[in-house]
Ligand binder design. Sequence first.
Ligand SMILES: Nc1nc2c(c(=O)[nH]1)N[C@H]1C(S)=C(S)[C@@H](COP(=O)(O)O)O[C@H]1N2
Ligand SMILES: [Mo]
Length: 210
Amino acid sequence: MAGNGQGAPTDVPERIPPGQRLVHGWPVSHYGSVPRFRPQRWNLRVFGATASGDERQWLFDDLAALPHTTVVADLHCATGPTSTDHEWYGIPARAVLDLVPPAPEVSHVMAWAEYGYSANLRLSDFDTSETVLATHHNGEPLTAEHGFPLRLVVPHLYGYKSPKWLRAIEYLTEDRRGFWEERGYHNIGDPWREQRYSYQEKPGDGPDSG
Ligand SMILES: Nc1nc2c(c(=O)[nH]1)N[C@H]1C(S)=C(S)[C@@H](COP(=O)(O)O)O[C@H]1N2
Ligand SMILES: [Mo]
């Protein structure tokens, strides 16, 4: 497994969000078991409120022809561990939005993974230059336990907003809670504001908060 860089910037405290602890290496963290990749059955769907009204899907072999980018970022699990210097390579979220434009009234997206795992995001949190649908990590294909063949990475939010084994992006015209967001985790999940738990939500942070 690829190690993380352990250079000096890691020791700068401002790099670690409040209440987080720096871990070396890269822990594996998820609910349930690791799905097996079945190339013949795999697709990535973009559905919901698309501008055209049509849904779109890509097969695994179609992904290589899409735009690609590299993003280096840290990963903050809401239970405390922060691992640093992950180099992600994959399809920028903006490419998905360009290729399958959302309807004007789309405000949020739901990122869907195998086994029904999901994470909701404000469109503005999905639509950043750092948000990537990653196929590779530190130059190697993702390992099974870290999300092969595809995972969403939203580096500016807690890790539960970065589904491994990504299978679909759903465009939403109103907010709806994902898997952890309906089990007590914060609907927005900004680690710099320590938005860990749903009881911390302020009016407007979630579909039913405040
Ligand atoms: N499909 C799926 N993706 C998931 C999870 C999960 O349970 N299922 N857990 C999330 C959580 S809580 C974290 S912190 C990160 C951890 O990613 P890692 O195992 O690559 O470190 O994966 C996220 N993606
Ligand atoms: Mo997490």
